[in-house]
Design a protein around this ligand. Structure first.
Ligand code: GTP
Ligand code: MG
Length: 448
């Protein structure tokens, strides 16, 4: 019963789920996601226990008889850990541990454990540590309480102050100090990040991949960057939940002079622990401030529709409400019936079918992103001073330049340019003057 150690690597585990009314779990296989999560954390799932309840038991979450049954199962399978699909209160965990004499983890703790194991960057580590302190600390406290009782120490309660309680006082202060320090560090990192994101947004149209964990975001990120010839995407993609934990941004050349910034982000999951949502807001800063969100959905997943709703909910929760959203129906190569795709497409008009793996549909995605990035295009003749290198460079890179006429120290450029890019050109304080504007070519071509 060592709850200081919440890692579940290579431990034999029993999974427990409660079917509560409207809890959003899969009615056919309610523990499938927990199994994937436990597997990702490295646990070996030996067996599972289900109970249908109208409401949880306040003391032990599942019924008293079920706790006894759980104890038996642990003995039979020689399991070291029990993982609940629901979130339990510290005292519920304590009460169950007392009976089954094994470590009990709830869903949030399991997710935190995965995040802790996966966190690679300094920032992700800080965030996980804070989330763990906030979520786990009250639970450790409950554990110390009941451990002390089991150990036969003086009873802990109102008006009693055993040695354990003094220890807790000290620990509480250490934890508070550590939390304050972590928050300060995270604030620093966030400030830097916000400035970075703002700088990028000023120069580029920003596109962010979001979606349920394992939907294929990193695979699409790598495919897009590699196909565009900008080198390797280098994002880690794997058939594990939460393969990606920190945001990665690369320039994505869409061809035809259009380039955007593409970001890959951490995946979402049903009932994302509250503390993690708060801590990972910074990681998802890209999503909040992006111009366009590419919502990646694994349509081959039996719970695709539910995952879609979860993603929409999380986006609202992190206040990513301003960017435009484009839904990508990924993993179409795994669909056996074409009709399935048609049904989903009908439910989500404007969505784009895609296979990030076979690249089927990638062109349509690129076209859609380009159209969004341009925000509509206009054809213009612009006159600039040859010394305005910054503006000329911008036009060469970000617009379709169809003709250049040099006369003395001025140049007249005929361009097809996105409305957004034109705004950017103005914002740069360029010397460019519009000398001709053509809604379409029929109205007079390129000023020739
Ligand atoms: N068959 C098929 N598999 C795909 C496709 N796209 C991604 N995958 C696979 O799905 C798994 C998850 O892909 P990732 O790209 O890591 O998913 P992700 O959305 O980045 O996941 P997280 O980082 O965990 O949130 C990998 O095993 C990919 O190879 C696809 O279009 N078709
Ligand atoms: Mg990923």
């Amino acid at each position: 019963m060592q709850r200081e150690q919440l890692a579940v690597q290579r431990e034999r585990a029993i999974l427990v789920g409660c079917l509560l009314p409207n809890d959003g779990s899969d009615p056919h296989d309610p523990l499938s996601e927990l199994r994937s999560l436990a597997d990702t954390a490295g646990a070996i799932c030996c067996d599972q226990l289900m109970q249908k309840l109208s409401k949880p038991n306040p003391k032990t979450f599942i019924g008293k008889g079920k706790v006894e049954e759980l104890k038996m199962m642990c003995e039979v399978h020689d399991a070291q850990v029990v993982i609940f699909d629901n979130d339990l209160s510290p005292s519920q965990i304590g009460n169950i541990e007392k009976v089954i004499e094994r470590k009990v983890l709830d869903r949030s703790e399991l997710i935190l454990d995965i995040f802790a194991a996966r966190a690679r960057t300094h920032e992700a580590r800080l965030q996980v540590e804070l989330a763990q302190l906030e979520y786990t600390y009250p639970r450790l406290r409950a554990m110390w309480d009941h451990l002390e009782r089991i150990a036969g120490g003086s009873p802990v309660g109102i008006g009693t102050r055993g040695p354990g309680e003094q220890q807790l006082e000290v620990d509480r202060r250490i934890v508070q100090r550590k939390k304050a320090q972590l928050k300060r560090e995270i604030k620093d990192v966030q400030g830097r990040k916000t400035r970075e994101v703002q700088a990028r947004n000023k120069d580029f149209y920003t596109v962010c991949l979001v979606g349920y964990t394992n939907a294929g975001k990193s695979t699409l990120f790598n495919t897009a960057i590699e196909v565009s010839g900008d080198g390797e995407g280098g994002a880690y993609a794997d058939d594990k939940l939460f393969a990606t934990l920190s945001t990665r941004t690369r320039k994505w050349d869409l061809g035809g002079g259009d380039a955007v910034m593409l970001s890959d982000t951490v995946g979402f999951v049903r009932n994302l622990p509250h503390h993690l949502v708060a801590s990972f807001k910074a990681t998802l800063e890209e999503a909040v401030h992006a111009d366009l969100l590419l919502v990646v959905l694994d349509v081959s997943h039996p719970r695709a529709e539910h995952q879609y709703r979860t993603v929409m909910d999380v986006l609202d929760e992190i206040d990513a409400t301003t960017p435009k959203r484009l839904l990508l129906l990924n993993k179409t190569d795994l669909l056996t019936h074409n009709a399935d795709l048609l049904v989903i497409q009908q439910e989500h008009p404007g969505s784009i079918p895609l296979s990030a793996k076979t690249q089927d549909g990638l062109d349509a995605v690129i076209d859609a992103v380009r159209a969004q990035a341009r925000g509509g295009t206009i054809d213009l003749s612009l006159q600039l001073s040859c010394g305005d290198g910054k503006a000329i460079h911008f036009l060469e890179n970000r617009a379709n330049v169809l003709e250049r006429n040099y006369e003395g120290d001025t140049v007249t450029m005929s361009v097809r340019i996105g409305k957004r890019q034109l705004d950017q050109l103005h914002a740069m304080g360029s010397t460019a003057v519009i000398v001709g504007e053509f809604e379409d070519e029929a109205k007079g071509g390129w000023g020739r």
